[in-house]
Design a protein around this ligand. Structure first.
Ligand SMILES: C[S@@+](CC[C@H](N)C(=O)[O-])C[C@H]1O[C@@H](n2cnc3c(N)ncnc32)[C@H](O)[C@@H]1O
Length: 237
């Protein structure tokens, strides 16, 4: 079956009004996959960067645990951000209409970083570059939490084969539709758990763990160790 690929921000802007109900009803893990995320944050987190924040479904449980947390959120779909801005009056939200692929996140500023159901639209190269920027923008001891559509042996005997076939399908569709190489189009290209972990490790993260899973929705956490911990590891026999 052929699918017409839509430019990424247009895809989400066109669906923003129905997004909350449709998204939660269709993803593995449903609303629980958003609620569970706050439990993986470091104690006393004061600052959060959230990539592809959308309408902010994941923020409700985070604000319940950390009422005063300051959130910087990136998204390219203005319609999604508008709905988010109406949802949490009184909270400190810095919403940026900008792609996380090109944005500069700064250095050492955040206690926690989060991406929820967004990075499965991108390939290894883009993801690894994003993970490096996330690593740099976390303070030492900070934690990155990713909740996403990830390929595991839950559904696939050979997750790598499945990943290769999905990326090939994406390449074919883009070629058939003569799509602009510089723009992003909406198509799900999930990676295997093993590849996710390798990319996070190559960006500098340690303690990379699968902490939650319902079917194809998996939560990974990864820590930016402080200097003392890195010294301990590198000097241990
Ligand atoms: C499936 S929604 C997830 C929204 C929210 N995190 C959630 O879990 O409900 C994916 C979001 O990622 C955003 N997105 C996709 N590519 C992006 C990019 N390059 N930069 C910033 N946001 C992006 C989309 O606009 C959309 O709002």
């Amino acid at each position: 079956m052929s699918v017409d690929l839509e430019e990424m921000s247009a895809f989400f802007n066109n669906r923003a009004l129905q997004y909350d109900s449709v998204h939660v009803a269709t993803i593995d893990g449903g609303a629980e996959s958003k609620r569970v995320l706050a439990s993986f944050f470091p104690e006393n987190a004061e600052t959060l960067i959230d990539l592809g924040i959308g309408t902010g479904l994941e923020l409700e449980a985070i604000f319940a645990r950390f009422p005063d947390i300051r959130v910087t959120g990136y998204d390219i779909a203005e319609g999604m951000l508008k709905l988010l801005a109406e949802k949490y009056p009184g909270k400190t939200l810095d919403l940026r209409l900008e792609s996380y692929l090109s944005a500069d996140f700064g250095r050492g500023a955040y206690d926690a970083a989060l991406s929820v159901m967004t990075l499965h639209h991108y390939g290894h190269e883009a993801k690894t570059a994003i993970y490096r920027k996330i690593f740099d923008c976390l303070r030492p001891g900070g934690v990155y939490i990713e909740c996403d559509y990830i390929l595991s042996d839950y559904e696939y005997d050979d997750p790598q084969k499945a990943e290769d076939e999905i990326f090939e399908r994406c390449r074919q569709l883009r070629a058939e539709q003569s799509l602009d190489g510089g723009a992003e189009y909406h198509f799900d290209t999930p990676c295997t758990v093993g590849n996710q972990k390798k990319m996070l490790a190559s960006a500098g993260f340690r303690e990379i763990k699968e902490v939650w899973q319902i079917k194809n929705t998996i939560v990974l956490t990864a820590t930016k160790q402080n200097n003392l911990e890195s010294c301990r590891i590198s000097s241990s026999p």
